[in-house]
Design a protein around this ligand. Sequence first.
Ligand code: SF4
Length: 229
Amino acid sequence: MSAGRQGIRAINQDIVQCRACPRLVEWRERVAREKVARFTHEDYWGKPVPGFGDPEARLLIVGLAPAAHGGNRTGRIFTGDRSGDWLFASLHRTGWANQATSVATDDGLRLLGAYVAAIVRCAPPANKPTPAERDNCLPYHLRELEALGRVKAIVALGSYAWDNSLQANAARTVERIVPRPKFGHLAECKLGDRTLIGSFHPSQQNTFTGRLTEAMLDAVFVRARKLAG
Ligand code: SF4
């Protein structure tokens, strides 16, 4: 087994057992018990959701946190929710995924040179982790950044992932980039030999309103391909 694969496996084993944030543990487990009407017959995962994809990835995609009835239900990040429908369809169109849909852990989805993770691994109430919860969880992402040694492009989905990718880079390299690079769609920033690319988050808030179109999201992953090879 490669070092990258071993490292990622160890990180993910630690993530799924984590109970460091009492508020998030209570919330993720309550959501899993109470469910919503459309998923009432499903067994929810109800635990932290680890990253997913190719341990030899050249592209890393970072989101905010799992969705309460998406990743917190299925156990795989961006799986079983509308944001994931948009994300994986785009990854498929741009050659980073073997199929366009992501509905369950056994659906056959494989990422091709890409890895998807979140800054916070437990679904937070109102999609808003506290700074303390973010700080508790960030070390998992730092470990991921080390284990995914071949990554050349990092796509931050939304400003929260952008800001915390910069924070993770500062923690990793002990270097702050001044002035702080501003988030925007297709904004770029060099992080050593890696490039951070900003993307509007494929949430319904953005996709329903046309703030983010399929072509705009595809452009992000085409750009990542140019950078990552
Ligand atoms: S958010 Fe992260 S640190 Fe907090 S309980 Fe979940 S996995 Fe652990």
